[in-house]
Write a protein that binds this ligand. Structure first.
Ligand code: A2P
Length: 383
C-alpha cells in the first residue's frame, strides 16, 4: 500500500459515548474499537519498536500515519507486511488522528504536541518536554495508572532509566516506604537514538581495524570505553539525566520528599540499560520477603542463580518486556538497606512498550467517573 497510511476500516470510529461494558464486550469478542494513530519519530529507534509492538500486541488500529522530519519524507517503512510512506510532520498531520505516539525529541514535541491536542488527539509523549508539568500525568502502568485520570490530552512517558527503576522498586516501596535511593546506571547507546547505536558498531569496527573511532553522535568513543552521561550539568554537578531520575521518580511515586541520588554512565551496550540500586526502607524486612514480592511483581522477572553466578545482563534483557532483577541482598553497611541489580530493554519497556501500555489503559477510562468532563479533545478513547 505504497504512499498511503495503513487503514483497516476508516469509518470504524466509535461514538464518544461508547460504554465500558461495550468496550469489554468488544474486547471479549476480539472486536476492539479502532484507533487512528500517528507515530511522530517513526524512523527512529523507538519509532521502529512502536511499529513492531503495535503489530505484535494487535493494537486496534483503524489508521496508521508515519511522521518524521523532512529528511525522511517519501521514504518507506514496513508495517505488518505493508510498505508505508513516511510524511514530514506539518500543520495538517493530526487531522482525523485519535492518538499520537511522539518520540522525536523534546523540541519537536514542544512544537507539535499542543497542535495535535488542539486537533483532537491524545499525545503519549516520550520526550522530556512535559514530564514535570503538573497538569501532565507521568505514567508507569505498573505503578501509577490512576494518574491518567483527568488528563488534558498530553500524557508523558517517563525517562527510560526512571521507568526501569520504578517498576523494580515500587513493589518494595509498598512493602515499606523507601527512605533513600542511591542509583548508578549503566546506560546503553540506544538511549541516544538509532544513529548512536550505529556509531558504537562503527567505532568498534574502526578500532578493530586499528583506525581511530569516528565520533559524531557521542562526544567521545563509546566502543571499548564508557563515560559519565554527557547531558548538561547543573551547578551542583548533576547532569540532566541524573536529575530526570530524581524528579520523575518523586512524581511517579507521589513522594516529593523522596531522598534520591543518581550517577549516570553511558556504556558500550546496544539496547538495554542496567542499574545498581541501593534502597533504604522505613522498616527493615527480610531479603527473602523482597525476593518473594519481586517474584510476583508485575513487569518484573527475577533472575538469580547464586550457584552459577547468573544474574540480569543487558544481552538477556534485550527484546524482553520485563525488567530483570537480581542480586538482591542486604546492605551490610546499614540496617534496613537492600542492594539490587536490574537490567531492562531501554527501547522496549524504557520507551515504546510503556507508551503502548499507557495507550492500552486509556480505553476503560472512557466511562470512568474520575475522568474530568469532556474537554475539546477525546480522553484518549480511541475511536
Ligand atoms: P528523521 O529520521 O527524519 O530525522 P532517534 O531517537 O532514533 O534518533 O530518532 C529520532 C526520530 O525523531 C526520527 O524519526 C527523526 O526523524 C525524528 N525527528 C527528529 N527531528 C525531527 C523534527 N524536527 N521533526 C520531526 N521529526 C523529527
Amino acid at each position: 500500500m505504497e504512499g498511503k497510511a495503513w487503514q483497516t476500516n476508516p469509518s470504524s470510529k466509535f461514538p464518544a459515548t461508547i460504554s465500558l461494558t461495550l468496550v469489554q464486550t468488544l474486547r471479549n469478542n476480539n472486536l476492539s474499537p479502532s484507533c487512528r494513530v500517528a507515530l511522530l519519530g517513526a524512523t527512529g529507534a523507538v519509532g521502529a519498536e512502536l511499529l513492531e509492538l503495535l503489530a505484535q500486541r494487535h493494537f486496534p488500529l483503524a489508521d496508521l500515519k508515519l511522521l518524521a522530519s523532512p529528511r525522511s519524507a517519501g521514504t518507506h517503512l514496513d508495517f505488518a507486511g505493508e510498505s508505508l510512506e513516511v510524511e514530514s510532520v506539518g500543520e495538517h498531520s493530526f487531522k482525523n488522528i485519535d492518538l499520537v505516539f511522539a518520540s522525536a525529541g523534546a523540541s519537536t514535541s514542544r512544537a507539535w504536541a499542543p497542535q495535535a491536542v488542539q486537533a483532537g488527539a491524545v499525545v503519549i509523549d516520550n520526550s522530556s518536554a512535559f514530564r514535570l508539568d503538573p497538569h501532565v500525568p507521568l505514567v508507569v502502568p505498573e505503578v501509577n495508572p490512576g494518574a491518567l485520570h483527568g488528563h488534558r490530552g498530553i500524557i508523558a512517558n517517563p525517562n527510560c532509566t526512571t521507568i526501569l527503576l520504578c517498576v523494580a522498586v515500587w513493589p518494595l516501596h509498598r512493602l515499606s516506604p523507601i527512605q533513600r535511593l542511591v542509583v548508578a546506571t549503566y546506560q546503553s547507546a540506544s538511549g541516544a537514538g538509532a544513529r548512536a547505536m550505529q556509531e558504537v558498531k562503527t567505532q568498534a569496527q574502526a578500532i578493530l581495524r586499528g583506525d581511530s573511532p569516528p565520533t559524531e553522535v557521542f562526544p567521545y568513543p563509546l566502543a571499548f570505553n564508557l563515560f559519565p552521561h554527557n547531558s548538561k550539568l547543573n551547578e551542583l554537578g548533576y547532569c540532566e539525566e541524573e536529575m530526570k531520575i530524581v524528579h520523575e521518580t518523586r512524581k511517579i511515586f507521589a513522594a516529593p520528599e523522596l531522598r534520591i541520588t543518581a550517577t549516570c554512565v553511558r556504556v558500550p551496550v546496544l539496547r538495554a540499560h542496567s542499574e545498581a540500586v541501593n534502597v533504604e526502607f522505613a522498616e527493615p524486612f527480610a531479603v527473602e520477603t523482597a525476593r518473594e514480592v519481586l517474584a510476583n511483581a508485575p513487569g518484573v522477572r527475577l533472575v538469580e542463580n547464586w550457584q552459577t553466578n547468573h544474574f540480569p545482563m543487558p544481552l538477556e534483557a534485550s527484546g524482553q518486556d520485563e525488567v530483570l532483577v537480581g542480586r538482591i541482598r542486604e546492605d551490610i553497611s546499614r540496617p534496613g538497606g537492600l542492594d539490587l541489580w536490574l537490567c531492562g530493554d531501554q527501547i522496549r519497556k524504557g520507551a515504546a512498550l510503556n507508551a503502548i501500555q499507557i495507550a492500552e489503559l486509556l480505553y476503560p477510562l472512557q466511562e470512568d467517573p474520575l475522568v474530568s468532563p469532556a474537554p475539546s479533545h477525546s480522553q484518549g478513547v480511541c475511536g
